[in-house]
Design a protein around this ligand. Structure first.
Ligand code: CA
Length: 236
């Protein structure tokens, strides 16, 4: 298999301490990133600001206000006002919601079943703050996710790439960093997880180059959930 770093694959296979898998949500559980990318790009275009879908993928994980601020500063608009942030984020949300129901990531149900069969706990660590998040997860993946095993936008002060969300997941789980693994799709998410000291599998489900994820510090970079399932099947 040419997608994975052999040394790190062995390390994962040899690690008998793992008790939980921390999953990111957008671009991992749900195939939502193409929609976020289009919605952000169009919302910025309404402001006359260029923000390519590739740039959205690179910025994924930042808060809405952080994203607006970065784009404003990059184009010499100075720091955005609260009003700017509210307007642009409202437009982005409207454009995103117009896409309709979420789409589960291809192969995700099989991965979650495999993780359960290995006796590992499943946590969600997301910057998303939708009130209906747990209902949505339960609808698509019954009996898999629980309120006490989630870290969302409501729980943290600093989002990804700060390590806080993943440190909080370790705290909630009562685990050491070497007792969990993370599944992420975004460079800032990988940086957050690695900052918390956790072995991090990046699944490149979007339009980024694998190198964007390696550069962020990923321990393994995989092309899709089928490859992740294969890796989990190799875990004794
Ligand atoms: Ca993500």
């Amino acid at each position: 298999m040419n997608y994975s770093n052999k040394k790190e694959e062995m390390k994962l296979g040899d690690n008998t301490k793992i008790k939980a898998v921390f999953f990111d949500m957008d671009g991992v559980i749900f195939d939502s990133m193409p929609r976020h990318a289009k919605a952000w790009s169009e919302a910025m275009a309404l402001e006359g600001l260029p923000f390519s879908e590739y740039q959205v993928y690179l910025q994924e994980g930042r808060t809405g206000s952080g994203t607006v601020t970065d784009v404003f500063l990059a184009h010499g608009r100075g720091v955005p006002t609260e009003e700017d942030i509210k307007r642009i984020y409202a437009n982005k949300s409207r454009l995103f919601d117009a896409f309709g129901d979420p789409i589960p990531m291809r192969g995700m149900a099989e991965v979650l079943e495999k993780v359960k069969s290995l006796g590992l706990e499943i946590y969600i660590v997301t910057g998303s703050g939708q009130a209906s998040l747990l209902d949505t997860l339960n609808h698509y993946f019954p009996n898999t996710f629980y309120k006490e095993k989630m870290v969302t936008a409501y729980d943290v002060k600093k989002g990804k790439p700060d390590p806080e969300p993943y440190l909080m997941a370790l705290e909630k789980a009562g685990l050491q960093a070497n007792e969990a693994i993370v599944v992420e799709n975004a460079p800032l998410g990988v940086r957050s997880a690695k900052g918390a000291g956790i072995f991090t599998i990046a699944v490149n489900t979007g339009i980024l180059k694998d190198d964007d994820l390696w550069q962020a510090g990923a321990d393994v970079v995989l092309p899709d959930m089928a490859a992740l399932l294969a890796l989990l099947n190799n875990k004794k």
